[in-house]
Design a protein around this ligand. Structure first.
Ligand code: C2E
Ligand code: CA
Ligand code: CA
Length: 296
């Protein structure tokens, strides 16, 4: 709007272009006016984009590991690898914020390859040091999964590092599969045939979860934190968690609850026969050094 958003044609056109893009992302045929929050978001995206491009070469990315505890034995059986980005200009940035930027600017494959290799090396080191068979879960973004070389790449990395595929679980979000289930199916099958386990992350937040379970080679489901949060206060959440665990048992799948923060939540989940627990109640994500120090 002239003159509030600018008094030069280029300014007005460039801002109109930005809101056009934002508006299309929200809904086709929608309308939107330029405002300060859009302006801030665009500026932040721009800096994130620029900084992320050099994050790998500047060694700004690290991987931390969140313990997964077996309910039956009360012991550590695996860890989930979670990427961390600490940038000199911006400070620590959550993967919730930068993973989608990485996908947009085509950097997700490089970041994914880094996480795969680093986490496989680290967990192999843990296992050698402690003479154990700790399992490793890695988050795979949808864009990564659909990359033509993804399967070859991860197979090569595991082989180079020298870790058994059987120890590795790949976590894929349920929402992804809704869009591309036909394309994902053969890729997942190939991964399973190579020995990897597959986990359906954020389970319960998507739409047609049940139909996937029949069509996809899934070994594990992870109950989303939103259900665990309400487990003790909302009857519907408890019924849902119970049902998910029952579905898991019926389909011979491991059921993991994530975001478990209290003893009461843990006890309820144990009572409901959930298989594995992950959350701040046991541990926050830890560096390799902290993991070794605490669990060796
Ligand atoms: P996610 O896969 O659902 O991971 C669980 C998130 O919950 C992690 O956040 C973890 O730190 C956090 N969390 C675990 N236990 C608790 C708890 O008890 N309470 C609370 N409040 N939070 C808990 P984080 O590390 O910030 O990761 C956020 C998301 O970013 C992940 O969600 C995952 O979708 C994505 N992500 C993280 N690392 C990677 C990666 O290496 N590759 C890809 N593609 N995505 C990643
Ligand atoms: Ca995950
Ligand atoms: Ca999750």
């Amino acid at each position: 709007m002239y003159p509030n958003d600018g008094d030069k044609a280029e300014d007005l056109i460039s801002k109109a272009d930005i809101v056009l893009y934002k508006s299309k992302l929200q809904q086709k045929g929608h309308f939107l006016f330029f405002n300060d929050s859009i302006n801030k978001q665009v500026k932040r995206d721009y800096i994130l984009d620029a900084q992320l491009r050099s994050a790998l070469t500047n060694n700004e990315l690290t991987v931390v590991y969140q313990p997964q505890i077996s309910v039956k034995t009360g012991t550590l059986i695996g860890v989930e690898a979670l990427v961390r980005w600490n940038n000199t200009l911006l400070g620590p940035i959550s993967p919730n914020e930068f993973i989608h930027v990485a996908e947009d600017i085509g950097m997700i494959n490089d970041i994914g390859r880094f996480v795969n290799k680093q986490s496989m090396q680290d967990i192999l080191q843990f296992n050698r040091l402690t003479n154990s068979n700790l399992r490793l879960s890695i988050n795979i973004s949808p864009k990564q999964l659909m990359e033509p070389l993804f399967v070859d790449d991860i197979l090569n990395t595991a082989q180079d590092v020298g870790i058994k595929n059987q120890l590795i679980t790949l976590e894929i979000t349920e929402n992804v599969l809704i869009v591309n289930v036909k394309k994902a199916q053969p890729i997942l099958q190939q991964l399973k045939d190579s020995g990897f386990k597959l986990s359906l992350d954020d389970f319960g937040t998507g739409y047609s979860s049940l139909s996937y379970l029949n069509n996809l080679p899934i070994n594990e489901i992870k109950i989303d934190k939103t259900f665990i949060d309400k487990l003790l206060t909302n009857n519907q959440s408890e019924s849902l968690v119970k049902t998910i665990i029952a579905i898991g048992k019926l389909s011979q799948m491991t059921v993991v609850a994530e975001g478990v923060e209290t003893k009461e939540q843990y006890e309820r989940l144990a009572h409901l026969h959930c298989d594995k627990i992950q959350g701040y109640y046991f541990d926050r994500p830890l560096s390799l050094e902290a993991l070794i120090a605490k669990y060796k």
